[in-house]
Ligand binder design. Structure first.
Ligand code: HEM
Length: 437
């Protein structure tokens, strides 16, 4: 059984809809103050036990970077027991992640990707009022400590359209995790072993992966990835306009690129026309597989959601080894409907990944399925929505007689920065607060 009372609620709890969220980054200049802040934050962080308790409420999560653990004085042998990707940090992994050109760390928003980022406090809730209540409690934990400085903040909010900035319903898929008490969204996907998402438990490889040491620190923790992803909404809309002959065809193209209509209705269940009621129905909008559609007549194999989770597509290998808990929260204002020119305003997603295996989950998906297509039998193609297509990207829409081939895809998503983090269990947060050295 998962020790839910020791696991942060933010690990397993799906994002509410609507929502508000805030990300606050802290730098620790004095070890004692950093430890004190963590001790105080451990009083505010919600646990994953009794999930109903948090219904309609906001909750706070805390994560640390490698530099953060170092700033607290964690001994070198303990630091070395973390996954090597985490030890390197996201900016050092830029070329593996495709964060090159405009997305490269030299263009990131300061201080993202630097050794100044130590502690990350995330608050998520159903509205700003609830969120501010929890955030005020969390801020008391560090605001009065001279050796701990807030250095960056990003507020996020559900758009009035209840979609992500490109206009698609988001926050649909959530995997079922054995023992979490929270149901998954796809009844055809058996629950995943808890060790896929929490350290210290059996995983889909049949064993228990190494846990950061000492055990009290690693057990019930997990890894998290935060990425600020700027979205070029006007460019995405223009691409649809230039490649369609009617607004109905624009919607069809958008659905083919994503694998879902903007309403959230999956092509797998309604390939010919949108079904808004299905899109909004949480019991039905993720209840599908791809076995009846090997060629991709309904859902193209190269679209965003089929690449990110090929479900039962045989060519994809053991998909269960590459699943993730994913939480996107939007930042910036909506680009008004019909606007096709960029207004220069920053908008996009704070993308969050949670999983126990940075390498075979997040990094694999980003490098092999977003930035490349060979391992999915898709040749030299990238994700048409989120991939680093440089004006020469292509995308194939299988059709009975002649497939439709889109060309000239450009880069619609640019990385503005991010961090690899460790989200300790609650006991571990207190243990870190009491470290002596
Ligand atoms: C700005 C960038 C992105 C946008 C606009 C975006 C948008 C979406 C949307 C609209 C969905 C369908 C709704 C849902 O299942 O929640 C989705 C699903 C998903 N996305 Fe993204 N996404 C982005 C980046 C990423 C990245 C970087 C990854 C992973 C590295 C990713 C992984 C996934 C996964 C795993 C799913 C669930 C697929 C499924 O199970 O059917 N996304 N995304």
């Amino acid at each position: 059984m998962l020790e839910l009372e020791d696991i942060q609620a933010g690990v397993v709890r799906p994002r509410p809809t609507p929502y508000a969220a805030s990300y606050i980054l802290l730098r620790v200049d004095e070890r004692a103050a950093g430890r004190e802040a963590l001790g105080r934050l451990s009083e505010v962080v919600a646990s994953a036990a009794n999930p109903d308790r948090l219904a309609g409420r906001a909750w706070v999560s805390v994560a640390l970077t490698y530099w953060g653990l170092q700033s607290l004085g964690l001994p070198p042998e303990s630091l070395r027991s973390f996954s090597w990707e985490f030890q390197q940090g996201m900016s050092a992994r830029a070329s593996a992640l495709g964060d090159t050109g405009e997305s490269s760390p030299e263009h990131w928003e300061h201080p993202l990707g630097t050794s100044d980022v130590h502690i990350i406090v995330v608050a998520l809730g159903p509205n700003r009022q609830m969120l501010d209540g929890e955030l005020t409690r969390a801020r008391k934990a560090f605001e009065t400590l001279p050796g701990v400085t807030p250095i960056w903040r990003q507020d996020c909010h559900a758009l009035p359209t209840e979609t992500e900035p490109f206009g698609f319903r988001d926050g649909i898929n959530h995997p079922a995790i054995e023992g979490s008490g929270i149901p998954g969204t796809n009844p055809h996907e058996p629950p995943l072993k808890p060790g896929e998402f929490v350290l210290g438990y059996p995983d889909e490889m049949g064993g228990i992966s190494p846990v950061p040491q000492p055990e009290v620190l690693g057990r019930n923790g997990t890894y998290a990835v935060f990425r600020k992803l700027h979205q070029r909404v006007a460019a995405f809309r223009r691409y649809l306009r230039e490649n369609a002959e009617s607004s109905a065809e624009e919607e069809w193209l958008a659905a083919k690129l994503m694998g879902r209509w903007r309403s959230g209705a999956p092509l797998a269940l309604c390939p010919a026309a949108d079904d808004a009621a299905l899109g909004a129905d949480r019991d039905r909008n993720n209840a599908f597989q791809y076995a009846d559609d090997p060629t991709g007549y309904k859902t193209p194999a190269g679209c965003h959601i089929r690449r990110m989770n090929p479900r039962d597509t045989p060519v994809a290998g053991v998909v269960r080894l590459h699943r993730m808990i994913r939480r996107g929260t939007a930042y910036g204002p909506v680009l008004p409907e019909g606007v096709l020119e960029d207004d220069g305003v920053d908008r996009g997603l704070m993308f969050a990944f949670i999983g126990a295996h940075l390498g075979r989950q997040f990094e694999f998906v980003q490098s092999e399925w977003v930035n490349a297509g060979t391992s999915l039998g898709l040749g030299d193609t990238k994700d048409p929505v989120t991939g680093p297509n440089a004006g020469t990207g292509s995308f194939s829409i299988p059709r009975r007689h002649i497939p439709k081939r889109l060309r000239g895809l450009s880069q619609f998503v640019v990385t503005r920065g991010g961090e690899y983090c460790f989200m300790p269990g609650l006991r571990a947060l207190r243990w870190l607060a009491e470290l002596e050295s």
